[in-house]
Design a protein around this ligand. Structure first.
Ligand SMILES: [Zn+2]
Length: 120
């Protein structure tokens, strides 16, 4: 079970809305078993049809446990590029689809399987 901070979800929603119609992308940081922070990579690409995050830009930091990115559409499923990226890195990957409300969050493992999550 993945646990994520309630205020962080609000922050991600806000960031995704502000970035719309482009994609928002960032890394996730875990603190004492709870995802509680997003970390922006200076190499992240914010673009409409971008593949979001290059695996060459991963921060060398063990508290980074995955990624989050937005889909400016109603599709909450990972693309082939997303799955390829997930497989390289981390244990939890969030996709939040338009319009970025609580029901629009999807959590995936590095294999692309759906993960249960808890808001704390
Ligand atoms: Zn995607």
């Amino acid at each position: 079970m993945i646990r994520i901070d309630n205020e962080l979800l609000d922050f991600i929603t806000h960031a995704a809305k502000n970035t719309y119609p482009n994609e928002f992308a960032a890394f996730l940081r875990e603190d004492e078993g709870v995802i509680s922070e997003v970390v922006f990579s200076p190499f992240s690409i914010f673009g409409k049809n971008s593949s979001t995050i290059s695996h060459f830009s991963l921060p060398l930091d063990t508290t980074i446990i995955g990624t989050v990115h937005s889909h400016p559409s109603r599709n909450g499923s990972p693309s082939e590029g997303d799955l390829n990226f997930f497989s390289h890195y981390g244990k939890a990957h969030i996709i939040v689809r338009y319009p970025y409300e609580r029901g629009d969050y999807f959590f995936y493992s590095r294999n692309g399987d759906s993960l249960e999550y808890e808001v704390v």
